[in-house]
Design a binder for this molecule. Structure first.
Ligand code: IMP
Ligand code: MG
Length: 189
C-alpha cells in the first residue's frame, strides 16, 4: 500500500468531527459577539490557515480578513517577547475590531508580542481566538478570548500545524509516532 501520513500518527487527538463542532461553536459565538461591529480576522501564517479557512465560513456576519507572517526570535528562557514581522497587514486597523486567529497558544510569546504591536495601531478593539490552547507551556501572560480545545503538553500536528513543515494537510489533529522524530535525527547527521 502507498505510504500515507496516517502511518506516522500515533494517536488522533481531535477528530474531524470534533474540529467541525469546535469551529461551529466558535463561529456562532463570534457572530453573536461582533454583531454591529467591524470585524477583521487576522490570521498568522502558516499554521492558522486551516482554522482561518473554516472559521471564516462558520461566521455569519460580514467580516474582512488579512494575513501576517511573523517569526519569533530569542526563544531563550529570558525572552523579551519579540517577534519579527516578515509580512505585515495590508490595511490600517483604526476602523476595525481585530480578532487574531491562531492555530495554537503555546508559550504565548508570539501572541503577547503581536497584541502589543497591533495595539499601537489604534484598532477599535483587539482579541484573540486560538483553536488550541496549551496552558502548561505558558511563558508570557496572555489569554485567548476564544479557545477551541485545551490540549496537554504534547506536540501536535495536523489541521495547519506542522512538524518540520509537514503534516499541515492532515484533516485532524494528532500526535506523531516517536519513530518520525528519530528518523529525522538520523537523516540530519
Ligand atoms: P507560541 O509558543 O505561543 O509563541 O507559539 C508559536 C507557534 O509555535 C504556534 O503558532 C505554532 O506554529 C507553533 N507550535 C506551538 N506548539 C506546537 C505544536 O504542538 N505543534 C506544532 N506547532 C506548534
Ligand atoms: Mg510551526
Amino acid at each position: 500500500m502507498a505510504y500515507s501520513m496516517k502511518d506516522d500518527i500515533k494517536k488522533v487527538l481531535i477528530s474531524e468531527r470534533k474540529l467541525q463542532a469546535t469551529i461551529d461553536r466558535l463561529g456562532k459565538q463570534i457572530s453573536k459577539d461582533y454583531e454591529g461591529k467591524n470585524l477583521l480576522l487576522v490570521s498568522i501564517l502558516k499554521g492558522a490557515v486551516v482554522t482561518m479557512a473554516d472559521l471564516m465560513r462558520a461566521i455569519t456576519i460580514p467580516c474582512s480578513i488579512d494575513f501576517m507572517v511573523v517569526s519569533s526570535y530569542g526563544s531563550g528562557t529570558t525572552t523579551s517577547g519579540t517577534v519579527k514581522i516578515i509580512k505585515d497587514l495590508d490595511i490600517p486597523l483604526s476602523d476595525y475590531d481585530v480578532l487574531i486567529v491562531e492555530d495554537i497558544l503555546d508559550s504565548g510569546v508570539t501572541l503577547s508580542s503581536l497584541i502589543q504591536i497591533l495595539g499601537t495601531r489604534s484598532p477599535r478593539s483587539i482579541k484573540i481566538c486560538a483553536l488550541l490552547d496549551k496552558p502548561a507551556r505558558r511563558k508570557a501572560p496572555v489569554k485567548a478570548d476564544y479557545i477551541g480545545v485545551e490540549v496537554e503538553d504534547e506536540f501536535v500536528v495536523g489541521y495547519g500545524l506542522d512538524y518540520d513543515e509537514k503534516y499541515r494537510n492532515l484533516p485532524y489533529v494528532g500526535i506523531l509516532k516517536e519513530s518520525v522524530y528519530t528518523k529525522n535525527e538520523e537523516s540530519a547527521e
